[in-house]
Design a protein around this ligand. Structure first.
Ligand SMILES: [Zn+2]
Length: 212
């Protein structure tokens, strides 16, 4: 299984409710019927839909050489339960500007950055480098292409100047990846990952940056 469905809060609630029903009924019904009720577990709508999609997705990916995390990301990019936060290759220039503004005004993001003023340089950098982020978005699950991208755009060496301050491009890009994946997956779906999502992102992308 690509995701850990046993962590679903909705399903846990659902199971607890079923147990309550079973307890009530078992005082009134013959034991063999009680056992049948006990085996009837089921899961919530969200998990049911996801499990079906996962089955379909894994069939399509049978010959893919992506690792588990890359498959998980690809899954959310195909079955986006959340709207793509920034549509780098389909949105008009004007829409793109709005999407980048919205992306960087997200309350959770601003809090994680430590306040509005820390968000500004990153937002400006993304707006000035749409081509870079378009390729990044396209190749989020392609290690080789990512390494190329990091080299070609000199991501590790460059600084971005914003109001006379210097910001390492590498940091901006790494933070972007975390926030972008957060937005693609959506908070409601973080629970399906067996580890903390940001830890998984860092563990996956840091070695790629090191290798580049
Ligand atoms: Zn569930």
């Amino acid at each position: 299984m690509l995701f850990d469905y046993s962590r679903c809060e909705e399903c846990k609630k659902h199971k607890a409710q079923l147990n309550d029903i079973k307890l009530t009924l078992c005082n009134k019904l013959p034991p063999q019927i009680c056992n049948a009720i006990g085996e009837y577990g089921g899961c919530c709508e969200k998990c049911t839909e996801m499990k079906l999609n996962e089955k379909e997705f894994m069939k399509q990916q049978k010959n893919s050489n992506l690792d588990k995390f890359e498959l998980q990301i690809k899954f959310f990019r195909i079955y986006h339960y959340n709207k793509m936060p920034i549509e780098f290759y389909s949105a008009s220039r004007q829409t793109l500007t709005k999407q980048i503004n919205d992306f960087y005004s997200n309350e959770g993001l601003v809090e994680r950055f430590g306040g509005e003023r820390y968000v500004k340089p990153d937002k400006a950098f993304v707006k000035h480098n749409r081509e870079l982020f378009k390729y990044l978005d396209l190749n989020l699950t392609n290690k080789t292409e990512l390494i190329n991208l990091i080299r070609v755009f000199h991501i590790k060496e460059k600084n971005f100047m914003h109001y006379n301050c210097r910001f390492p491009v590498e940091n901006i890009v790494k933070l972007f990846i975390i926030e972008f994946l957060y937005a693609i997956v959506g908070e409601d779906y973080f629970q399906y990952f067996s580890e903390d999502l940001s830890d998984m992102i860092v563990e996956h992308y840091d070695p790629i940056f090191e290798e580049a």
